[in-house]
Design a protein around this ligand. Structure first.
Ligand code: SF4
Length: 259
């Protein structure tokens, strides 16, 4: 229970820090999202978002992908890296959607994971963001953060997904995934986590594994917008006020004990 309480407290704080947490891939329908997620393997969402406008303008339906010219498709997605493998997945995806799902992206995990290039992570992103079906997206940020928070020691993404699913109600799963990914991208970096500027410091058992000097840690932060930076500042202000209140209460208790 202590673990559940602590985990949910961190999730509430993450919600305050990232009120705009969302899937950072641009898409307008489930087909665009599933293609974008396939392209995001080993690639940043920013880069994928640079590529997809031309791609989505050229291919609008599963049939379009199924009948795409491989060379042309590869050229369009080349900047995302591993473009030959990704083209194979996308061509196969188009064919499978046409052959087995009437050209539509299915809304069930068990169907999604049978599609080329689609594992549980991709399936959960699609379910959570295109179908409003709660899903935990265990990517590299998610896995790293839940281990740093001490929520699990497991490494296998499927086991991690089940372990973290036990700590939260299903209705929290999709937003929790976004918030963890946001925090991993902006503050709790893989190599140099900005511990000295992290609003989760008092709740995080890994506080201290990264940069502790406040000025250097601050320089490591990567807020994506002024609104995000303002949310972080607001949480810090609140935490500073709480600390002052707690210190005043401690002083008052000492004075009462030693009249
Ligand atoms: S205190 Fe450090 S390890 Fe913990 S969440 Fe913050 S940046 Fe990550």
């Amino acid at each position: 229970m202590a673990l559940v309480r602590r985990a949910r407290k961190i999730n509430r704080l993450l919600a305050d820090l990232y009120p705009d947490a969302h899937c950072e891939l641009d898409f307008a329908n489930p087909l665009e999202l599933i293609v974008a997620v396939i392209l995001s393997a080993q690639c940043t969402d920013v880069r994928v978002n640079q590529v997809t406008p031309a791609l989505f303008a050229r291919y609008k339906t599963a049939e379009d992908y199924a009948s795409a010219d491989r060379i042309e498709l590869e050229e369009l997605i080349r900047p995302t890296g591993f473009y030959r493998n990704k083209a194979t997945s996308i061509l196969g995806l188009g064919r499978e959607l046409c052959d087995r799902f009437c050209g539509e992206v299915p809304g069930r995990l068990e169907d999604l994971v049978t599609l080329p290039g689609v594992g549980r992570k991709t399936a959960n992103v699609v379910l959570g963001n295109a179908f409003d079906v709660p899903g935990l997206t265990v990517d590299t940020h998610f896995g790293r953060l839940v281990r740093r928070f001490g929520w699990t020691e497991l490494e296998d993404p499927v086991k991690v997904e089940h372990a973290i699913g036990e700590l939260f109600p299903k209705s929290d799963w999709t937003m929790l995934s976004h918030r963890l990914i946001f925090h991993g991208r902006r503050i709790c970096h893989s190599r140099r986590p900005a511990c000295g500027a992290c609003p989760l410091a008092s709740l995080c058992p890994s506080h201290g594994i990264g940069e502790l000097d406040p000025v250097k840690a601050e320089a490591l932060l990567k807020p994506a917008s002024a609104r995000e930076a303002a949310a972080v500042a607001e949480v810090r202000k609140r935490q500073a006020a709480q600390k002052l209140r707690a210190a005043a209460q401690r002083r008052a208790r000492v004075e009462v004990a030693q009249p």
